[in-house]
Design a protein around this ligand. Structure first.
Ligand SMILES: Cc1cc2nc3c(=O)[nH]c(=O)nc-3n(C[C@H](O)[C@H](O)[C@H](O)COP(=O)(O)OP(=O)(O)OC[C@H]3O[C@@H](n4cnc5c(N)ncnc54)[C@H](O)[C@@H]3O)c2cc1C
Length: 511
C-alpha cells in the first residue's frame, strides 16, 4: 500500500453497522469502500439478539431468510427467582401480539450476523479490506482526508467525499469531530460468555435468574449453546477470568444459581465488560456520520445496541445514495442527525428501563420484597413493543409532514414519521406514493413525471386505516418504510402540498 486515492464513500469498520451501511448503500446503487482494522473476521458471539423491528428492515434488505435459518427464536423473556429451593418463575413477557410478522427475537452469534451481512455485500459487488486501519481524519472543504495504515505498516492517504464512522465505541471518526460519548457508565463489571450448559430451562425464551448474589442471564444460541451475562463480578471473579474462562464461568454461575439447576459443560468464549448509557451530541457533521457504537452505547439488557446501529445504517443509506445521484437537497442528509438522535436516545431510555428491571429483580431476591415490574396490560404491551423496536418514530422530523383537508380534525395512528405497518414487504429503493379513493388524474400524471426514478405512484392496496388514513387520501412511504407524508384527499390542493413536501428535500427531474 502507498500513495493516495479517492473514494466517494468510505466506511470505517466492518462490524454490524459498517457492513449493513455498505450493503444497504450497494442495494441503493452506491459502492462504498470498507476498511477494517482486524485482519480477519472474528468468531465471537458478542451481541446476539435481533429485535422484531430489525427483522423487518433485514427483510427489506434481502437477508432475513438467512437470519431466520441461522437463529434460535425467542418468543418470551422470563425472570426467575433463585433460592435454596430452586428456581421460581417471577414474570414472563411474551412477544405474541406485538404487531409484526415476526413476533419473536432472533438469537444468533454476532459473527454469524456479520457473515450474513458480508455475504450480502459481496453479492451486491462490494467487499471489505481487512487489516487496514484509519489513523487520522482531517476535514477539507469538499471531503475528508483519511490516513490509512496496512498491517505491514505501509501508509497511504485517501480523499473521501463522505465518511461513515462505524468503528465502535473508540471511533476515530468521532474523535476527529471532537465529540465525546456523553453519559454515564453503570456500576459493576459483568461477564459475557458463549456456553454449553445442561439446564432445565425452556429454549423458547431468555431467562434472567435473579439471586441474592447477583444475576445470570441465559438466552439460547443455535447448536444447543447459550449466551450468558453474569453480574456483578467481584475482583476475585474478574481475576479468575484471566486464568481460566471455564472455571470462572462455572464458579460465577455456581454462586448465583442453586445446586442441581444447571451444569456448565463448555465455555467457547468469555469476557468481562462494563455497561454504558452514552450518546454523542452530534451524530453527523458536514461530511462525517457516526453509526452504531461510534455514536451511542446502551445497556445490553435492552439487546438494542447492535440493532440500533443497523437502523442508523438503514436510515442513512437511501439518503446518501440520493445525494450522490444529485437528487437531494441539504435537508435530506441533515435529517439523519435529527432522526437518529431521537431514535437512539429512545433506545437508551428503553434499555435503561430494562436494565433497572433486571436489577430490581436482584434486589427483590435479596430483600424478599416484590420486584417492581409493569403490571397493567397496556404498560406490559408498550414495554414489549418498545423492546421490539417497533415504536421507533420520526414524527416531528423535518422530513415528514401532512396535509389535512379543511374540517379534518386529526389523523389516526400511524401518523407521519411512524413505521408503515407493511414496510417489510417494501424492497424498492424508491419512495412509494399510494393513493386511495378519487384522485386528480392530471396532477398524478404530473407528479409521476416530475419524480420519476425516485417516487413510484400507484393506487393503494389494503385498508386506508393501515396507512394512517380514515378513508381517502395519499400516503408517501419513504425507502426505509417510514411514513413521510399523508394527505386526507388526493385532489389538486393535496397533491400540490405533497409536491411541495418532496421538493423540500429532493430535486425533481424534468416534469
Ligand atoms: C456483552 C454485550 C452484549 C450485547 N448484546 C447485544 C444484543 O443482544 N443485541 C444488540 O443489539 N446489541 C448488543 N450489544 C451491543 C453490541 O455489541 C454493539 O452495539 C455492536 O457490536 C456495535 O456494532 P458496531 O458495528 O457499531 O461496532 P463494533 O461491533 O465495535 O465494530 C466496529 C469495527 O470497527 C473496526 N475499527 C475500529 N476502529 C477502526 C479504525 N480506526 N480503522 C479500521 N477499522 C476500525 C473494529 O475492528 C470493529 O470491527 C451487546 C454488547 C455487549 C458488551
Amino acid at each position: 500500500m502507498g500513495g493516495s486515492g479517492e473514494a466517494a464513500v468510505l466506511v470505517i469498520g466492518a462490524g454490524p453497522s459498517g457492513l449493513f451501511a455498505a450493503a444497504e448503500l450497494a442495494r441503493h446503487g452506491v459502492h462504498a469502500r470498507v476498511v477494517e482494522r482486524a485482519p480477519h473476521p472474528h468468531h465471537q458471539a458478542r451481541a446476539t439478539a435481533l429485535q422484531p423491528g430489525t427483522l423487518e428492515i433485514l427483510q427489506q434488505a434481502g437477508v432475513l431468510d438467512r437470519v431466520l435459518d441461522a437463529s434460535e427464536r425467542l418468543a418470551f423473556a422470563r425472570v426467575f427467582q433463585a433460592s435454596d429451593a430452586g428456581l421460581r418463575r417471577q414474570s414472563e413477557l411474551a412477544f405474541a401480539g406485538v404487531g409484526c410478522d415476526w413476533e419473536y427475537q432472533c438469537c444468533l452469534p454476532q459473527w454469524r450476523t456479520e457473515q450474513i451481512l458480508a455475504d450480502r455485500l459481496a453479492e451486491l459487488g462490494g467487499g471489505v479490506e481487512h487489516g487496514v486501519s484509519v489513523t487520522s481524519l482531517t476535514e477539507r472543504d469538499d471531503g475528508v482526508l483519511v490516513e490509512l495504515e496496512a498491517a505491514d505498516g505501509t501508509r497511504r492517504s485517501l480523499e473521501a467525499a463522505w465518511v461513515i464512522g462505524a468503528g465502535g465505541a473508540h471511533s476515530m471518526t468521532r474523535e476527529s469531530m471532537g465529540e465525546p460519548l456523553a453519559g454515564s457508565t453503570y456500576p459493576g463489571t459483568s461477564l459475557v460468555g458463549d456456553v454449553q450448559v445442561t439446564a432445565d430451562l425452556p429454549r423458547d425464551g431468555s431467562a434472567l435468574i435473579a439471586s441474592p448474589a447477583g444475576y445470570v442471564l441465559l438466552a439460547p444460541l443455535p447448536g444447543s449453546r447459550w449466551i450468558t451475562f453474569i453480574g456483578d463480578l467481584s475482583d476475585a471473579e474478574i481475576a479468575q477470568l484471566d486464568d481460566s474462562a471455564s472455571d470462572a464461568v462455572a464458579a460465577a454461575m455456581g454462586l448465583r444459581i442453586p445446586p442441581g439447576v444447571l451444569q456448565v459443560n463448555d465455555v467457547a468464549w468469555a469476557s468481562a465488560f462494563r455497561m454504558h448509557r452514552r450518546v454523542a451530541d452530534r451524530l453527523a457533521d458536514r461530511r462525517r456520520f457516526l453509526l452504531g457504537d461510534a455514536g451511542h452505547l446502551s445497556s445490553p439488557f435492552g439487546g438494542e445496541g447492535l440493532n440500533s446501529g443497523l437502523h442508523d445504517a438503514h436510515n442513512l443509506a437511501w439518503k446518501l445514495a440520493l445525494e450522490l445521484r444529485g437528487r437531494a437537497r441539504a435537508t435530506l442528509l441533515d435529517s439523519f442527525e435529527w432522526e437518529r438522535q431521537a431514535a437512539d436516545r429512545h433506545v437508551l431510555q428503553v434499555s435503561d428501563r430494562l436494565h433497572q428491571l433486571a436489577y430490581a429483580a436482584v434486589e427483590s431476591a435479596r430483600s424478599g420484597s416484590p420486584a417492581a415490574a409493569p403490571a397493567r396490560p397496556e404498560d406490559v404491551a408498550a414495554l414489549v413493543r418498545a423492546r421490539s423496536m417497533l415504536d421507533i418514530s420520526y414524527a416531528g422530523s423535518p422530513l415528514v409532514g401532512e396535509w389535512l383537508a379543511p374540517g379534518t380534525a386529526t389523523l389516526p395512528a400511524p401518523v407521519p414519521g411512524d413505521r408503515y405497518p407493511a414496510r417489510a414487504g417494501m424492497t424498492s429503493p424508491r419512495h412509494a406514493l399510494a393513493f386511495f379513493g378519487a384522485a386528480a388524474e392530471q396532477e398524478l400524471a404530473w407528479l409521476r413525471r416530475r419524480w420519476q426514478g425516485i417516487v413510484d405512484v400507484d393506487p393503494g392496496s389494503g385498508d386506508p386505516p393501515n396507512a394512517g388514513l380514515a378513508a381517502d387520501g395519499t400516503v408517501l412511504i419513504r425507502p426505509d418504510g417510514y411514513i413521510g407524508f399523508l394527505t386526507t384527499s388526493a385532489d389538486h390542493a393535496a397533491l400540490s402540498a405533497l409536491d411541495d413536501h418532496l421538493n423540500g428535500y429532493l430535486v425533481p427531474g424534468a416534469a
